[in-house]
Design a protein around this ligand. Structure first.
Ligand SMILES: C[S@@+](CC[C@H](N)C(=O)[O-])C[C@H]1O[C@@H](n2cnc3c(N)ncnc32)[C@H](O)[C@@H]1O
Length: 164
């Protein structure tokens, strides 16, 4: 599969995973409460989707170098500029409703290993009993995480959804 097709497949699955998360969480007031975080701003594509679809929630952003167009920058008070390790540590215990994880450079070995490394820190940020992770990498089995099937989430192939 070409890099272009791989990218289209990933983005289609990301959008499906985030759309599934939106309906699973419901509104912040009446559904699963909590802020959300984008881990990896990049060009701001998924961040912009989240702004549009989760207007009633604060969206934190973790990014080591902000290079997106200014239209896609988060407000300064919600930007955790620096390493994901530090940003996730700041959000530990925040009872987030959603972690969107999108670090990776297309390295088939390094990318899943990095996601596995960050999995415990992502779980520590999440609300027990409903918080979701939408990840572009599979996460290792964890007693506090239930994997949502890719059939259910509509994320076949490239995106992995988990509930704490
Ligand atoms: C794949 S891109 C994110 C794409 C983005 N979600 C989008 O839809 O446009 C990954 C981003 O994560 C950032 N990044 C990678 N490793 C990181 C780390 N350890 N800590 C913080 N940011 C990191 C990179 O600078 C890059 O901007």
């Amino acid at each position: 599969m070409s890099r272009l097709d791989t990218m289209i497949r990933r983005m289609t699955a990301q959008r499906a995973g985030l759309a599934w998360a939106k309906q699973a969480l419901g509104a912040a007031e009446t559904g699963v409460p909590g802020d959300i975080v984008e881990v990896g701003l990049g060009a701001g594509r998924t961040y912009d989707y989240m702004r549009e679809h989760f207007p009633d929630r604060k969206i934190w952003v973790i990014e080591r170098v902000v290079e997106a167009h200014p239209d896609y920058h988060p407000p300064a008070e919600l930007l955790l500029l620096g390493e994901a390790e530090d940003g996730l540590a700041k959000l530990a215990g925040a009872d987030l409703a959603l972690v969107s994880y999108d670090l990776g450079v297309g390295d088939p070995v390094g990318d899943p290993a990095l996601a596995a490394h960050f999995a415990p820190a992502m779980i520590a940020c999440l609300r027990k009993g409903g918080g979701l992770i939408v990840s572009t990498q599979p996460l290792p089995d964890h007693p506090e995480l239930t994997a949502i099937s890719q059939d259910e989430a509509g994320t076949i192939g490239r995106v992995f959804v988990y509930r704490r």
